[in-house]
Design a protein around this ligand. Sequence first.
Ligand code: PGA
Length: 259
Amino acid sequence: MNKRVPIVIANWKLNGGIDLLCSSVAAFIGKHFSAKIAICPPYIYMRDMLNFLQHSEIIVGTQNVSKYESGAYTGETSAQMIKRAGGGLCLVGHSERRQMFHENDPSCNIKVSRALASNLMPVLCVGENLQQREAGITNDVLFRQLHDGLADVDLTNKEICVAYEPVWAIGTGQAASPEDAQLVHEYIRSELTILFGKEIAERIHILYGGSVNKTNAYELLSQSDIDGLLVGGASLDPEHFMQICLHANTHAENIESSK
Ligand code: PGA
């Protein structure tokens, strides 16, 4: 059985507002979750969310982070600013940022290092597109994204997550099957073992993302190398997101009781 306590991360993308914020967080206040739950709203709502969630265990994260520390970089927000504001994690290299905002592996590598230096947990997103999948080069794509994105990264006493998000599954309603996703996660862990050694690779959470919903969440989390979920569309419906979190919680409780 998987021994890593599952993490569920909501990625609101460029969606949501105060109404969604209130209804999403209300459901979590005063409740204990054995699974870790995080929400990444647009930056502008981060502060309000942190205020609302003061007495909860929910982690607030961001969807991006600057590769710069400070200076004349209009529109940027640094890892240190996110950390000081109370943020706990940041997504790095989401496929939408790679596709639409020209992010690449070297820039992801800098962002990962900046986040770690500020004790903010980076969640490095990797995944192949449909063309690459059909050409049978999924592992080659992942190899490059992992080795370049995590080059020279030191994880001693640091936490990082990797999110496998096949681009063809994002927002399409066509999630990878649990078995297919498990095979890819296994491959990712083998590369993480080469990069960081077995002990560190075994504690890294590898999340799956791409059309996760309340129907497929439990089965995905049942796979031995799927340690959490990155949820886009379904996280915009608070009741739906809660169902996914409850599935993760069941897994977390099973892990606790098997100890
Ligand atoms: P989706 O998005 O759940 O809407 O497919 C996932 C993501 O892009 O992180």
